[in-house]
Design a protein around this ligand. Structure first.
Ligand code: CMX
Length: 133
């Protein structure tokens, strides 16, 4: 697997514009672009912080996974993303260990990364993303 760093922490928000008031206006982070990931029905904003980033996630549709998450848990930390050198190889390793996956194959995430999600039931309650840049 060879995990290296926490690539980003995903934070579910109702509105990226409002959330930036805090993350930029108060915390002094800088948003490096807003991108829509149509397949996931979310708009994302990345705010780099040294070797890692905060990713704000705003749902674009009521049936978005992030909208469903907020219905249940409200705004807050949604997922943790750990960087690996090879997502496909990491998925094979996880499959061989019988770990419950959400994505069986790598797919394209925001910022051109290759990503895959591991089910929270397999990780002790955290939605975990592995991410290759
Ligand atoms: N963190 C921790 N637990 C979570 C969770 C999250 N973000 N989202 C759901 N869960 C838990 C639920 O609380 C629920 O637990 P219980 O059974 O104990 O109540 C369980 O997982 C099942 O959740 P659910 O509400 O029934 O929802 P679904 O099964 O429909 O979907 C999940 C859950 C994780 C499979 C789905 O949200 C998913 O596929 N997520 C991955 C994709 C995603 O989140 N994309 C957005 C980010 C896009 C990006 O960064 O590019």
């Amino acid at each position: 697997m060879n995990p290296s760093v926490i690539d980003h922490i995903g934070v579910a928000v109702k509105s990226i514009d409002s959330a930036l008031g805090f993350w930029e206006g108060v915390m002094g982070l800088k948003c490096h672009g807003i991108e829509e990931v149509a397949e996931q029905k979310v708009k994302t904003a990345f705010l780099p912080l040294k070797d890692t980033e905060v990713e704000l996630l705003e749902p674009t549709q009521p049936d978005s996974p992030v909208a469903k998450f907020m219905e249940k848990s409200g705004e807050g930390i949604h997922h943790l993303a750990i960087r690996v050198p090879d997502v496909a190889a990491a998925l094979e390793e996880l499959k061989a260990k019988g770990i419950r996956l959400i994505d069986e194959k790598p797919r394209k995430g925001a910022g051109g990364a290759l990503i895959a999600f591991i089910h929270p039931k397999a990780t002790g309650g955290i939605l975990l993303e592995i991410c290759q840049r």
